[in-house]
Each structure stands twice: as C-alpha cells, then as structure tokens.
Design a protein around this ligand. Structure first.
Ligand SMILES: O=C1C[C@@](O)(C(=O)O)C[C@@H](O)[C@@H]1O
Length: 256
C-alpha cells in the first residue's frame, strides 16, 4: 500500500502527510525534570513527543504516572504523546515492574490518561499484546508494536517477517530499530522498509542506529518510514541528531 493510502488519525487529522513526523524523547527520571524537559522540547516544535517512562523512577505508581501524563498534555497542547516503556532486553532501563505490570500500566494510561500512542514490544507474550490491543481499540490509542536490536541488523527475511508479525499482532504502526555494522546493513533496513510499506497496510517506522545509521533518520521517509526520532534535550538512542539539524537535512534531502 502506498503512503498516500495510509492514515493515522490524531485529533481528527491524518498525521501521515507530505513529510516524516519528527519525534523527540523525554528521558528524565523525576517529575520536575520530566516536565522541564517537556517544556524545552515543546519550544523546538516537534511533531510528536515520546515519554520514555522506563527512565522514570516511580514507574510503579500508576496514579503518579497518569498525573504526569496529564501535566505533559497541558504543556504539549496539541502535540501528540507516545508512552513507551522499553524493556532491558531491547535497550531500555531496569524497572520495578514485570511484563504483566507493564501491561496493566499501559492499559491504564490508554484507558484513563488517554495518551495518544503506546509502544509495546513484539517479543512480549502474545496474550499480553492481545489484551492491550483490545483496550487500545476501545480507547482510540494508537498501538505501536516494536522490535529493537542494539547489537546487529538481522537478516532481510527476519526483518520482513517481523514487520508482518507486528501487523498480525494488531499494530496500528510497526516499528523496527536495528544496529548496523556496515552501510550494507543500512541499505538492507531501508529496502525492507520499502517492501514492508508496499506489502502491509500498517504504516512502518524504522531506523538504523549509531553513526553508520544516521542517514536512515534523514532519508528513511523516502522508503516509507513515517516517524524519525531526534534529540530535543537528551538522546534516547545512538545516532539521533538534534531536531534543528534533522529538520534541515530532511528539507534538503526531499526529492519532490
Ligand atoms: O524505538 C525507538 C527508536 C529509538 O530507539 C531510536 O533509535 O531513535 C529511540 C527510542 O526512544 C524509541 O522508542
């Protein structure tokens, strides 16, 4: 399916339009710093904000988490928010919740805090993915199903199957981040992105991490990756570049 035929509706607007959406992460660990980081980021006008809540020290306190989301929404105004708890096995921080606890929290922030997007890894239990999907469908939250590999770029067949499995699992968006060892790995990731974008109904998000992969954050859009992650205040993954630079590079790299 071409990008023109895909849509992700937020506040009545299709956010898949003529350019990639730039997402900026918040990675502070305490409430005050999180809100301050959000203010700094908002001044740089990203398209979306990701709260990487695995960095938050009080993650087990559901009410506190929901309260912070409310505060973030006030600061971010119309900028949509992605709520992400990245697992340690996929490059995230140590947290006090187990997988079932994470699902309960994601359900709660989707249902009660009405966050715009939640991110959940494909490697979680299929029953948990299904449980979360039922709730996000009801609450209108967009479900990003994701996979991260900080060591290497898996073979083409693996990447292709992973994107397809994400769609099967009920993803509204399918996201894959991998670490390249060479520029060929970056090309592999971009080719798989292009093919998955054509073959699947869901929008694709992909990135090659690290210095070698920087180019994928600029031109990934031309291959069908609808979001690209940039630094607003602090980086959440290797290879991210400051939002100001990324914006300029994307404008220069635009074909049409
Ligand atoms: O999945 C992703 C992509 C990412 O790992 C990156 O490489 O930009 C950054 C993470 O914060 C986000 O959740």
């Amino acid at each position: 399916m071409s990008l023109q035929q895909k849509s992700i509706m937020i506040n009545g607007k299709n956010i898949i339009n003529e350019r990639p959406q730039i997402v900026v992460p918040i990675i502070s660990s305490q409430e005050e710093a999180i809100l301050k980081e959000c203010e700094q980021i908002v001044s740089k006008k990203p398209d979306l904000i990701e709260w990487r809540a695995d960095f938050f020290t009080d993650l087990a306190d559901v009410e506190k988490v929901k309260h912070i989301i409310g505060e973030l929404k006030l600061i971010a105004q119309e900028i949509p928010i992605i709520f992400t708890i990245r697992s340690v096995r996929e490059g995230g921080q140590e947290i006090s919740l187990d997988e079932d606890g994470v699902v309960r929290l994601l359900i709660s922030v989707s249902r009660d805090a009405k966050v715009d997007f939640v991110d959940f890894e494909l490697s979680n239990k299929a029953s948990n993915l299904q449980k979360l999907k039922e709730v996000t469908d009801q609450s209108g939250t967009q479900l990003i199903v994701s996979y991260h590999n900080f060591q290497q770029t898996p073979p083409k067949e693996f990447i292709t199957k992973t994107f397809a499995d994400m769609q099967k699992a009920g993803a509204n968006l399918a996201k894959l981040a991998a670490m390249p060892q060479s520029f060929s790995d970056v090309v592999t990731l971009l080719q798989c992105t292009e093919e998955a974008n054509q073959q699947l109904d869901v929008p694709i998000i992909s990135m090659s991490m690290g210095d070698i992969g920087v180019v994928s954050r600029v031109v990934g859009w031309q291959f069908g990756s609808v979001f690209t992650f940039a630094i607003g205040s602090q980086s959440s993954a290797p290879g991210q570049v400051p939002i100001e630079d990324l914006r300029q590079l994307i404008a220069k790299a635009k074909i049409s």
